[in-house]
Design a protein around this ligand. Structure first.
Ligand code: GLU
Length: 505
């Protein structure tokens, strides 16, 4: 048997370091067994998936040096590798389940489902919604069908009992069927859900080992059941521990930059980032910290993964990166630095903002050096100004940060609309409102527009700099943050209401 592993990201946002981590371990496992590693795009969520996000995932994994032998961009014998192009395949498979009585059409309306859930909650019943709760009497089904009402297709699931799932790291895991609902397999628009598409594709693509994040453990019973409904052999499952923030909470962009693009922009070497991800829950037999991916693959053993949540700590990563940097000879350092910071793709978008403002090339770095910077060294004194006191500065930055964290399509227009609305609502002149952002992002207000700069720097770098500025100004204590968040939510609700009343504004 040829080992075949895969990474199956959903293109719904910035390329996440967690995706790279899972990809690396799948690649390592495949390499160790002389197998294949493939990449599949799981874009069944049509509302949230975007082609830009898919491209960014492919680009950033390539930048890291993670190579796949089959995928949407390179093709392969089991394609297409993008789920949105496999609609008919899922349709055929859902038909098989319906014919065999393993799935049913469910005509329940959202109101009915909400009412059932509310009733369960009221009576303290934590049982999941089961086929017996959902299947309508035959005449009612016929009536709704004749009326052309929308339906979804759900899977049959046992009412009770224990499901045992084998995990390569954990051994047998027992899960209770009472907690597993009659999962929707196909939505009313004819598109599959993750569960159906994932199982069908893993089977048809010959995947032998599924190595994925531990947040998917609770889905495993449904998947196991689907494999048995289809009479297919289930791949071996391996759930990796989740990456954590230094405070042990789940790695999230609210606390830590999570986008691979941020680490590229910060000037980390891809070799060092990959090395660091290889240290997440895994270690070399001789415990050395610095190793290349080839060295990792040569020594790989999935059994060495430890389940304690690995902490992704930027300070540690910086230290590891410094080891990699020190080893470059001067020539390579110069080359790699230029390829990182002075490459055309990075410079060109900045030029239109810089060119009209400089008289010599030597004016460029003082004006726009922050485009190459990371988390700039700031002091509270830099924020001094007449308009806002320290507390107001922190509030403005924190409210602004919450707005920036909310943006899904990062663009100068979106940033501007949100910042202007916030300034208006806080009754602060736009100039005064933007001043602390200038300092946070560029270290000075004598530079090009901070809104343009944020748009060009991208969401993670912009948010990280604002977060850093808040820390420099003394941060926000837990108690204070609670009150601030409440005031902020009220304000956001007011902005939303105003926008609805006057959509042109
Ligand atoms: N599309 C899922 C994700 O985004 C894949 C999970 C899996 O590997 O089964 O993580």
């Amino acid at each position: 048997m040829t080992v075949r592993t895969r990474v199956a990201p959903s293109p719904t946002g910035d390329p996440h370091v967690g995706t790279a981590y899972i990809a690396l371990f799948n690649l390592a496992f495949a390499r160790q067994h002389g197998g294949e590693f493939i990449l599949r795009i799981e874009d069944t969520d049509q509302v949230r998936s975007t082609p830009e996000s898919e491209q960014a995932i492919l680009d950033s994994l390539r930048w890291l040096g993670v190579e796949w032998s089959e995928g949407p961009d390179v093709g392969g014998p089991h394609g297409p590798y993008r789920q949105s192009e496999r609609r008919e395949i899922y349709q055929q498979h859902v038909e098989i389940l319906l014919e065999r009585g393993h799935a049913f059409k469910c005509y329940r309306t959202t109101e009915e489902l909400d009412a059932m859930r509310a009733q369960r909650q009221e009576s303290g019943n934590s049982m999941a919604l089961k086929p017996s709760d959902l299947i309508l009497p035959a005449d009612e089904i016929a009536r709704r069908e004749a009326a052309g009402e929308p339906f979804v297709i759900r899977m049959m699931v046992p009412e009770e009992g224990v499901c045992v799932v084998d995990d390569m790291l954990r051994g047998p895991i027992e899960l209770d069927w009472s907690q597993v609902d009659a999962q929707v397999l196909m939505k009313s628009d004819g598109l599959p859900t993750y569960h159906l598409a994932n199982v069908v594709d893993d089977h048809l693509m010959g995947i032998t080992h599924v190595i994925r994040g531990e947040e998917w453990i609770s889905s495993a019973p449904k998947h196991k059941l689907l494999y048995s409904y289809f009479d297919w052999v289930m791949p071996q499952l391996c759930h990796m521990p989740l990456l954590r923030n230094p405070d042990k909470s789940k790695l999230s962009k609210r606390k830590n930059p999570t986008s691979i693009l941020f680490y590229e922009r910060m000037g980390f070497m891809p070799e060092a980032l990959l090395n660091y991800l290889g240290r997440m829950g895994w270690s070399m037999p001789d415990e050395r910290e610095k190793f290349s991916s080839d060295e990792m693959f040569a020594n790989f053993d999935i059994k060495r993964v430890s389940l304690g949540g690995p902490v992704f700590d930027m300070e540690k990563l910086r230290w590891l990166n410094s080891l990699w940097l020190r080893e470059l000879d001067a020539e390579t350092f110069a080359q790699r630095f230029a390829a990182w910071g002075l490459k055309k793709e990075r410079l060109l978008p900045v030029i239109p903002h810089v060119q009209p403002r400089v008289e010599t090339f030597s004016d460029v770095v003082p004006l726009a050096g922050h485009f190459l910077g990371g988390l700039t060294s700031l002091t509270p004194a830099q924020f001094d100004n007449k308009a806002l006191d320290q507390e107001q500065l922190v509030t403005v930055l924190q409210y602004g940060l919450w707005q920036l964290e909310d943006i899904r399509h990062w663009s100068v227009d979106e940033i501007k609309t949100r910042m202007f609305a916030l300034a208006g609502k806080m009754d602060i002149k736009v100039r005064d409102f933007l001043f602390p952002f200038f300092i946070a992002i560029a270290g000075t207000s004598a530079t090009i527009s901070v809104l343009d700069t944020m748009a060009l720097l991208g969401p993670d770098m912009s948010r990280a700099r604002v977060r850093h500025a808040i820390d420099v100004l003394g941060g926000v204590g837990k108690k204070k943050a609670k009150k601030m968040e409440k005031d902020y939510q009220d304000m956001v609700a007011a902005i939303a209401a105003a926008a609805q009343e006057n959509p042109e504004a």
